[in-house]
Design a protein around this ligand. Sequence first.
Ligand code: MN
Ligand code: MN
Length: 260
Amino acid sequence: MSEIILQGFPYDEKSSYQKGPALAPPLIREAWSCDSSNYYAENGLNTNSSKLSDRGDFNITEYFDIERITTQHLKEAKRIITLGGDHSITFPIIRAYHKKYPALDILHIDAHADLYHDFGGDPYSHASPFARIMENGLASRLVQVGIRTLNSHQIEQAEKFGVEINPMNDFNIGRLPKFTNPVYISLDLDGIDPAYAPGVSHNEPGGLSSRDVINIIQKLDAKIVGAYIVEYNPNKDFQKMTAFLAAKLMKEIIGKMMKS
Ligand code: MN
Ligand code: MN
């Protein structure tokens, strides 16, 4: 039994503004294995290890195929790291996780709260996954970091669902909460400032630095059972800098999983 499975969903059908994240998974892998760097996380662990089993990318025709594939992989490993795709892959992934981890906390890094009841009439839009998760009781806690686009509807939704929002205008890594349950890391790359991560569909200035996100991952005092990196849009990237950032964060998350 491999300890960590790597899976990719080249899926951007539910992106509301620009397509592109469907192209992301192979490019993040390419940056991860590029000779420009090595495979080590900063904690000294080699992420190109037999503990990691790369199952490749899965072309999705039906949205809930994402849940079926993730459920199958969770039978084969305790932990999965997923490369998206747009943020809509969240709801089916967390549905699969809930069956294995009934008490699951989510740490969500994003410029956006993604709490719209629906967006453009689509309840499964990439702007809505956390509304679906919270109304279905799939997370014990939802802690959001980097948020800087709240509107009145999403504030109402957050209050209704008890979402713990750490807005960007009040970001302090020392005040992030301690988790007691297993943690899933939901990493939307647009949570990071476009100066570091230009390759996203929704560039939202004033965000986290690369180092902020690395520090958040490294300081997490919890068992990390899953994570994804979503919303990389290669069509918007510059000199592959967002692909290399995604690969760096992937190494840090895998290194953290290997240690926890
Ligand atoms: Mn998002
Ligand atoms: Mn976002």
